[in-house]
Design a protein around this ligand. Structure first.
Ligand SMILES: O=C(O)CCC(=O)C(=O)O
Length: 292
């Protein structure tokens, strides 16, 4: 795996690594730990992207546990997100369990075991320019304790930098979970808001914050920690801008019985349980026999 040349832009570049033989280098792990995000170039071939495409229509027509389709006023196109569809959508299952995605995710968690948390499909249709994603931490939506949760986000289309994700470099390191943001109306409270948490910082107006971003090609994959703040603009392209992500949990993660979206809940789990169940299957490693 070799480090790819950085190019210039108004943002700093996400550290990027060219994948060879699906091996994750020490440099990639170090960059992930320091910055909270890395980009793995050419992580998936067109054949695997085709498998994901086969799953998309099923996910958007009822197979998803949590499907949200938003059309912002002034936009022609819609913004759809679908999650936890893998149980019903065969091609998503095939990608998750038969591709090398788990092998790529696993080294970043540095864990004795890893479970699948959920899959997430995200499509910003042509002209969904107002469907911006506000700054948020994925972890603020999760009924989880622990820090070893990663998002492996595979680009399905070319994503130029002006419509690409942005990351607040290193913001995962403070290990503070801020208040969840309402994606549809930032001024309103999120459905399961936890008021005891701090409001997110004003990232756009803090010139001391380093923001990372990168253009992506189909098959490139971002890996980020669930505590990192990230955001994205709407889609001003005249075509779709889509991604499919899988989210994985490691061995310091336990379930917390607090209100959350159905996607993240499992009624069979109690506070303090490991995040391993039929819904969140063990995919790598083994559960230790002794406590902890
Ligand atoms: O691509 C986007 O607009 C946002 C993606 C994101 O925040 C996520 O997948 O968690």
């Amino acid at each position: 795996m070799s480090k790819v040349q950085q190019n210039s832009s108004k943002f700093q570049q996400v550290s990027e690594f060219q994948l060879t033989d699906c091996v994750i280098s020490e440099n990639a792990i170090s960059a992930y730990k320091e910055d909270g995000v890395v980009c793995l170039r050419n992580a998936f071939s067109q054949d695997w992207l085709d498998v994901i495409e086969q799953g998309i229509s099923q996910a958007l027509t009822g197979a998803s546990e949590n499907l949200d389709i938003v059309k912002k006023s002034g936009d022609y196109g819609r913004f759809s997100v679908s999650s936890q569809a893998w149980k019903k959508v065969g091609p998503f299952r095939e990608f998750i369990f038969e591709s090398h995605i788990a092998d790529l995710a696993w080294p970043f968690l540095e864990s004795r075991y890893m479970s699948l948390f959920y899959d997430f499909l995200l499509i910003k249709e042509a002209d969904s320019k107002n469907a911006a994603t506000p700054w948020h931490q994925d972890h603020s939506y999760y009924p989880l304790r622990g820090t070893k949760v990663i998002n492996c986000w595979v680009a399905l289309d070319h994503i130029p930098q002006f419509t690409a994700l942005r990351f607040y470099r290193g913001s995962h390191n403070a290990k503070i979970v801020y208040r969840a943001v309402n994606f549809e109306d930032e001024a309103a409270d999120y459905l399961h808001v936890r008021k005891e948490r701090l409001e997110p910082p004003d990232i756009d107006h803090d010139s001391n914050i380093e923001v990372l971003s990168t253009e992506m090609n189909p098959g490139d994959m971002l890996v980020w920690n669930s505590y990192i703040f990230h955001s994205a603009p709407g889609n001003t392209l005249d075509r779709r801008r889509a991604a499919f992500s899988t989210n994985w949990a490691g061995d310091d993660v336990t379930f917390d019985e607090v209100p959350a979206l159905e996607t993240y809940l499992d009624s069979k789990l109690k506070t303090g349980d490991r995040l391993i169940s039929e819904k969140f299957p063990l995919v790598r490693g083994a559960i230790p026999q002794t406590a902890g």
